[in-house]
Design a protein around this ligand. Structure first.
Ligand SMILES: O=C(O)c1cc(=O)[nH]c(=O)n1[C@@H]1O[C@H](COP(=O)(O)O)[C@@H](O)[C@H]1O
Length: 280
């Protein structure tokens, strides 16, 4: 049986540093790198990132949308990237933000979480806003495969609040409810559970939320969206030790030079370590 994702992630973060680099091939980045906005440009961009950082960073987070944009040939690029990233020892968190009724969710789970599937990844981002229970097929298969899930709880974008901070009849917000489900999934797991939450680094003081879910906290929003590593202690407080900060454009803009990409990732990793050392 594969070692659970949470344990593999903890080790990767300890060995390589707590950083996830997003692979988001925006058309504007392809242009900045001198590449065409076509499948060949997409493939070159993706290969460059994987080769520069695959033995360097703990986690890659390819954003599926930028590959789906090119249809089946874009998906072929994504499949290759997932395999090559994993071969280089990086964990792959597929950012596809899937969420649907349970019977359809089961098919998404087969796509990303069934070993041997062309897009099998170490973990997947999912949306719980069709009801946490609708994610059960994905949670069950993740557990069976030793994979992980990252569930949207408090997203980095300002629009997320109207849904995520809405208050239920029992007085809890939807986000707090999702965090509670994750804490239950991760109960007793050591050294870290495999069911993560997505919590934006842009959100300021979150001390009104219980982030102690015994699982990883993916923190996007650093770099292009304005948050910095120095914000992490304020946002995450005592949960900072389980934070996996995620940066896409903030690193990618330093390509296509491999040394430039590595230096940017190293800088973020160092800044994150320094900031997290200061957390309570
Ligand atoms: O799940 C995510 O990764 C995610 C959640 C969230 O709340 N906010 C957020 O920005 N993301 C993703 O994180 C990446 C952020 O990219 P940059 O702003 O370029 O670092 C994008 O791929 C987003 O889709």
């Amino acid at each position: 049986m594969t070692e659970p994702f949470g344990a593999r992630l903890r080790r990767a973060m300890d060995e390589r540093g707590p950083l996830c680099v997003g692979i988001d091939p925006h058309a504007s980045l392809l242009a900045d790198w001198g590449l065409n906005d076509d499948v060949a440009g997409l493939a070159r961009f993706t290969r460059t990132v994987v080769e520069a950082l695959g033995e360097h960073v703990a986690v890659f987070k390819p954003q599926a949308a930028f590959f789906e944009r090119f249809g089946s040939r874009g998906l072929a690029v994504l499949e290759t990237a997932v395999v090559e990233a994993r071969e280089r020892g990086a964990l792959v968190l597929m950012d596809a933000k899937r969420g649907d009724i349970g019977s359809t969710m089961a098919a998404y789970a087969e796509t990303y979480l069934r070993p041997g599937s062309p897009l099998f990844s170490d973990a997947l981002t999912v949306s719980p806003y069709l009801g946490y229970g609708s994610l059960k097929p994905a949670a069950d298969l993740a557990r069976e495969s030793g994979a992980g899930l990252f569930v949207l709880a408090l997203t980095s974008n300002p629009e997320g609040a109207e849904v995520q901070r809405a208050v239920r009849e029992d007085g809890r917000t939807l986000a707090a409810t999702m965090l509670g489900h994750l804490a239950a999934e991760n109960a007793g797991a050591e050294p870290l559970g495999s069911f993560g939450a997505v919590v934006g680094a842009t959100l300021g003081d979150l001390s009104s939320f219980d982030l102690a879910i015994n699982g990883p906290l993916l923190a996007p929003g650093i770099g292009a969206q304005g948050a910095t590593p120095a914000d992490l202690p304020t946002v995450f407080g005592a949960a900072a030790g389980n934070v996996l900060p995620s940066v896409s454009r903030g690193v990618l803009k330093h390509g296509p030079d491999a040394a430039g990409l590595r230096a940017a990732a190293d800088r973020f990793t160092e800044e994150v370590r320094t900031a997290l050392d200061q957390a309570p």
